[in-house]
Design a protein around this ligand. Structure first.
Ligand SMILES: O=P(O)(O)O[C@H]1O[C@H](CO)[C@@H](O)[C@H]1O
Ligand SMILES: O=c1cc[nH]c(=O)[nH]1
Length: 235
């Protein structure tokens, strides 16, 4: 057991998917994994281990925001020996040509979080994806015919913002979308020398207000899971 995960040693696979929403973890376990076993219910942050195409894979909810994601990523790596982590999340687009339902691969993540700045007050330490995971996910996305964008995202501490001015300025500097966890996932991976990648489905559009139906959203989530799972087993 670790502080926030009640799994026993060996219950968690060394390859893991990390959705923010614990119910997305359950959805993945029920729809993509064979023989999935629940290993965590502490705080309702569901975690499962099962098999995808014969390979042992886990899926663990991380909650919303960087403090929560950092807790789960750290315990998974330090206490359970996880080596490859892929976040399967959602983001809001801040680019005209990045549409709702597209897939965003976070090559890097800017952040407003103090977590990294507190550790490195004198350095701007870039948060980057593992190159092999990134390359493989891009290849899989293209092979599957999914609209796949690669670039910077913003991992923000604030969901309800008083002003979008800075966010849209980041868009003018090429940032593709905003979400709340990728940067710290990359930071934990760098700290403990493991591999991490963040994939996001665009759930809403901050510039155009573009929306999608629940059914379409579900289909796109499924596309993202295929990219993430195929990447985890091939890389
Ligand atoms: O859908 P998830 O993975 O939770 O990701 C996004 O959704 C949440 C905000 O609604 C934040 O966690 C953000 O990063
Ligand atoms: O707009 C959005 C959409 C998903 N996640 C966020 O953090 N913001």
């Amino acid at each position: 057991m670790s502080v926030h995960i009640e799994a026993r040693q060996g219950d968690v696979a060394d390859k893991i998917l990390l959705p923010g929403d614990p119910l997305r973890a359950r959805y993945i376990a029920e729809n993509f994994l064979e023989d999935a076993q629940l290993y965590n219910e502490v705080r309702g942050m569901l975690g499962y281990t099962g098999y995808y195409k014969g390979q042992r894979i886990s899926v663990q909810g991380t909650g919303m925001g960087m403090p929560s994601a950092a807790i789960y990523a750290t315990e998974l790596v330090k206490e359970y020996g996880v080596k490859k982590m892929i976040r399967v999340g959602t983001c809001g687009s801040i680019q005209k040509d990045v549409h709702v339902r597209d897939l965003v691969l976070a090559q890097a993540a800017a952040t407003s979080s103090a977590i990294i700045r507190n550790d490195f007050p004198k350095h701007d330490f870039p948060q980057i994806a593992d190159f092999d995971l990134l390359m493989k996910a891009y290849e899989v996305g293209k092979e599957q015919g999914f609209t796949t964008h690669v670039g910077n995202v913003l991992s923000d501490d604030v969901f309800y913002k008083d002003s979008m001015d800075d966010i849209f300025r980041l868009g003018e500097h090429g940032v593709l979308g905003i979400e709340m966890e990728a940067a710290v996932l990359y930071y934990v991976a760098a700290k403990y020398q493991v591999k991490a990648l963040s994939l996001m489905t665009v759930s809403d559009h901050m510039l155009t207000g573009e929306e999608t139906s629940a059914e379409e959203r579900q289909k796109t989530f499924d596309d993202m899971m295929i990219v993430a799972l195929e990447t985890l087993i091939q890389e």
